[in-house]
Design a protein around this ligand. Sequence first.
Ligand code: CA
Length: 334
Amino acid sequence: MNDTQLRRSPIMPTVDFSAEGIQHGFLRLPYSRDDSAWGSVMIPITVLKNGEGPTALLTGGNHGDEYEGPIALFDLAHTVRVQDVQGRVIIVPAMNYPAFLAGTRTSPIDKGNLNRSFPGRPDGTVTQKIADYFQQELLPLADIVLDFHSGGKTLDFLPFCAAHVLLDKTQEARSFELVEAFSAPYSVKMLEIDAVGMYDTAAEEMGKIFITTELGGGGTATAKSAGIAKRGVRNVLSKAGIFKGVVDLVQTQWLDMPDGDCFSFAEEAGLIEPLVDLGDAVRKGQVVALIHPVGRTGEAPIRISAKIDGLLCARHFPGLIKAGDCSAVVAVTI
Ligand code: CA
């Protein structure tokens, strides 16, 4: 095998990215296994193209237990008409499709966390092959990228759209414009705990206008959070000059995550008792949650305190917490 063959993705799309009109198909990823010797993972994809214009790449299910993105994108794929679009829209409602079908954050096949797998490998695990295909084939086609996230089973978020502070201030400003257009109740200048291997970073390093969301969590969606997602995707496409339909821009509250003091982590395991809820104002030093030791009675709880003034924008979701879990995130109103 020569280098070109080694670098080539095994994923075969059943759609033609340059064809006019609307196509519903698959990214077919060969996956040989016990119950299907020449089997495949069939990742659903829709491509809409109407003449010249920018390309939007829309993704959900990067983590398999986050649902607002898949809801908004499966909905968009079957409701949007090609005449509503100028340019091209590529829709992948469930990027890490095996994880999505399993209802888990990571893939049941290889335990791969897609959002820590970039740039991926064409000769790697199933999850690494998905990352590689986005890195090598889909991101280069895109002008703007919207990747939906929510908290999954272990976190819950205020509903927000977000982009990152970037070195390229033009790219950053265009990203924040699209965040504002999304019209989530909150808009965040987002700080990542661990940006290495993220799809976000891959897109931004390629110079793409990249925005993301956190729209709730707990491993489900609500009528409100799904509605925010469905409205937001159309608003973003409209702002980018791609969608010609009716949009619904609403006021958003901007929040900043200035540094690592936003995050609080549990140092002991136990039963977590929230003392404030999402959206509540907190002061520096305020106790936002208690962790009750559960090994025996008679023990005092451990306090989780806010390190900055702001409002609670994310929290640990399950009732039990482990050492090292992110327990609370505070963002600053701007
Ligand atoms: Ca996520």
